[in-house]
Design a protein. Structure first.
Length: 276
């Protein structure tokens, strides 16, 4: 897979919109098409498989990831039955008939390639990586910072960690020669494949996709779902299921399943805290 230095943020949405338009002509009744933010996709696939054991007549089709905004647009257009988003719909999206239900929260973490011996960083050290002040690991190898495109929700999440991180991330996005990954999966792919790579991902993605990534402690706290729940680890990402206001019965059944004890157990197993 190629990771572009400069990427058009709308490219993935345009490409998948075409796929969805093609797929919509062949979808049969009882099919739930799902796509959206990459961090939630693998867990949703597991949930879909478990749901089908209870509802064998309903197909659950996991489409390629199109991000939160792409999922919201696709649900409003009728190209998806369930969108996965890391943000709630804005006022305009709600007016077009979308509703969102927060279903889980997962730690937002920093991961490194397994070639990196470091097991933890302070937030100040992380800011220094984004600033370019810390550009070598302990063994002298180069730090390969992985960024997301401007406007992605993860960029805002990084900036919100502290005033120092706000400035550091803004400056990193003005630096030349850094790797920019379009999607959550692209970010994880780069971290897995490139020695010295470092970037922000979610624990849900690392766990559910069984990624070969070392998750770092931050300020001495190991990011786990339990640490997030008890407040000792403060950085998180919330996932939403987005549907039309009056979804088909099968979609309502699926949403209820995700929020059921069986669904909540799957979320817990995959690095997430189920929300009421």
């Amino acid at each position: 897979m190629t990771f572009h230095r400069k990427i058009s943020p709308g490219l993935a949405i345009v490409v998948l919109a075409a796929l969805l338009a093609f797929g919509s002509r062949t979808v049969v009744a009882g099919t739930i098409r799902i796509s959206g933010t990459g961090g939630a996709m693998a867990t949703m696939r597991i949930l879909g498989e478990a749901f089908r054991e209870v509802h064998p007549d309903t197909q659950v089709a996991i489409m390629p990831s199109i991000g939160s905004s792409g999922a919201l647009k696709a649900v409003c257009k009728g190209d998806l039955e369930v969108g996965l988003s890391s943000r709630p719909p804005n006022a305009g999206e709600c007016e077009r008939g979308c509703v969102a239900r927060a279903f889980s929260k997962t730690p937002f973490v920093f991961g490194v390639n397994k070639s990196v011996a470091t097991t933890g960083l302070t937030l100040s050290e992380i800011a220094d990586i984004y600033l370019g002040k810390k550009d070598r690991w302990e063994n002298g190898s180069r730090v390969r910072l992985v960024l997301r495109p401007p406007g992605e929700s993860d960029v805002d999440r990084l900036k919100a960690m502290s005033p120092g991180m706000r400035e550091a991330v803004a400056r990193a996005q003005r630096r030349d020669g850094l790797i920019v990954a379009m999607t959550d999966q692209d970010t994880a792919d780069v971290i897995e494949k490139i020695p010295g790579a470092f970037g922000g991902v979610t624990l849900a993605l690392v766990v559910s996709e069984k990624r070969d990534i070392r998750v770092l402690s931050v300020n001495g706290v190991v990011p786990t779902a339990r640490a997030l729940a008890n407040g000792t680890y403060p950085y998180s990402k919330t996932f939403y299921m987005v549907t039309r206001r009056d979804p088909p019965p099968a979609v309502s059944q699926f949403v209820d399943f995700v929020r059921s004890p069986a669904g909540r157990a799957i979320l817990t197993k995959n690095g997430q805290n189920a929300l009421p």
